[in-house]
Design a protein around this ligand. Structure first.
Ligand code: PLP
Length: 449
């Protein structure tokens, strides 16, 4: 790929003139103009190539431009680019079958959406109609999407400007042993206390008013929080006791990220509804969905389901999901994520943490890791505060710049960097990225006390 700075400048100028970007103060941003992407890398117009330790927005699980997925989209475009959702279409039915075969338990019916937030909206709608109850419980440390209902469920500060405070959402604390809201001393104690907190919350809100509890199986953007042993089973038991629908949000954790098809597989937990998006087709064409249990599907067996989308089960999106899932199976991509996580990435990150005063904790699995950066390992004070101002965020900005200078594109959120490369990353690529990360952490070390 030849550099073409003039084209890069023209792309940037047109972008700045007309594209309104997500989550941004429009005049304070300078988006990188990206010319192309392949596998684990992408490049700009100025001759810079980056190893992508963020997989885009943690969605390109199969890497960029996977030839089998690109070919499937091309083939489908020549055959049938679009068709309304009310019809039976070969690739739609096949995508649903391939997803349903992998989802746990009896989650065998698939409602397709265009992405994760719409999946969450529909899961909540199903839960409310199924139970006839209004409230939904979700975790403070969570992200569930940016549409009206999903942003209210979200716990992180992105909720604040859009919070309607009338959405019937009640937030709770999930387990986080390193920064325990329960002052626990061990993961076992954290699990027990987190469950007791949730049980109290249910009792005081009134179980008969609670339609659903929604949880990310492994909390993603809010910190790669792997649940302690027994937590998800405990939430399942509470839901069973009170007739509450258990929704697992696997939009980020699903489709290989944790080294299993779904993160729920690590703990053998079966929710009533499971949302997915991102890795289902690595975002080559927008797609998400809800996997539905037999019991909830039965609620809508003779009563119409009051929800739909023009592009539900879009043929191009479904064809790319079929090709993605088949390629992941044939090329053992989920196994690759598990193997590299256990053998290469996890051990390397723990070793990095030992050497860097700024790394307070390493946690994760598969290709889903976080480094919790601190000012001091003793006090565990975060390297930047919760919801940092631009000025407060300087240490993380400097760390990210140090990564980019050496060709690594990091994922950064508050005081954390997440190591979330594609599931297809090779051992050599992982080691290349980890070496750059290691060096960039000396910049973060400079802000420790
Ligand atoms: N749920 C989780 C766990 C997510 O990580 C995200 C996106 O990051 C969403 C939902 C929202 O998905 P989308 O951005 O496709 O609407």
């Amino acid at each position: 790929h030849q550099p073409d700075p003039a084209k890069g400048a023209a792309v940037k100028a047109a972008d700045r003139a007309h594209v309104f970007h997500s989550w941004s103060a429009q005049e304070l941003i300078e988006p990188l103009a990206v010319a192309g992407a392949q596998g684990s890398y992408f490049w700009d117009y100025d001759g810079n190539t980056y190893l992508d330790f963020s997989s885009g927005l943690v969605n390109a699980n199969i890497g960029y431009q996977h030839p089998k997925v690109v070919a499937a989209i091309q083939e489908q475009a020549g055959r049938m680019t679009t068709f309304a959702p009310a019809y039976a279409i070969d690739v739609r039915a096949e995508a649903a079958r391939l997803v349903a075969e992998r989802t746990p338990g009896d989650l065998d019916k698939i409602f397709f959406t265009n992405g994760g937030a719409e999946a969450v909206e529909n899961a909540v709608r199903m839960a409310r109609l199924h139970t006839g109850r209004p409230k939904v419980l979700s975790a403070y440390r969570s992200y569930h999407g940016a549409t009206s209902g999903a942003i209210n469920l979200t716990g992180d500060p992105r909720r604040w400007p859009s919070d309607t405070a009338s959405a019937g959402v009640v937030h709770f604390w999930g387990p986080y042993p390193y920064r325990s809201p329960f002052h626990s001393d061990s993961p076992e104690q954290e699990c027990e206390r987190a469950l007791s907190h949730l049980a109290d919350l249910i009792a005081f809100e009134g179980p008969q008013s609670i339609a659903a509890i929604i949880l990310e199986t492994v909390v993603g953007t809010a910190g790669v929080l792997v649940p302690p042993e027994g937590y998800l089973a405990g939430v399942r038991a509470l839901c069973d006791r009170y007739g509450i629908v258990f929704v697992l949000d696997e939009v980020m954790a699903g489709f290989g990220r944790t080294g299993r098809w779904f993160a729920a597989d690590h703990w053998d937990v079966v929710p009533d509804l499971m949302t997915f998006a991102k890795g289902v087709n690595s975002g080559y064409v927008p797609l998400g969905g809800v996997a539905i249990s037999a019991e909830i599907a039965a609620t809508f067996a003779t009563r119409p389901y009051p929800g739909g989308l023009t592009y539900s089960g879009h043929p191009l999106a479904c064809a790319s999901a079929v090709a993605t899932i088949n390629a992941m199976r044939e090329e053992r991509i989920v196994e690759n994520a598990a193997d590299l996580g256990e053998r290469v990435i996890g051990p390397a990150l723990r070793e990095i943490a030992d050497r860097h005063p700024s790394v307070g904790e390493v946690r994760g699995m598969g290709v889903f890791w976080a480094l919790d950066l601190v000012r001091s390992k003793e006090t565990r004070e975060p390297l930047v505060p919760y919801n940092p101002s631009a000025a407060d965020n300087a240490p993380m900005g400097a760390f990210a710049a140090a990564c980019k200078k050496n060709g690594l594109w990091p994922f950064v959120n508050m005081n954390r960097t997440h190591v979330v490369p594609p599931c297809t990353i090779t051992e050599a690529e992982a080691k290349e990225g980890l070496a750059i990360l290691d060096e960039a952490l000396t910049t973060a070390d400079g802000f420790t006390v």
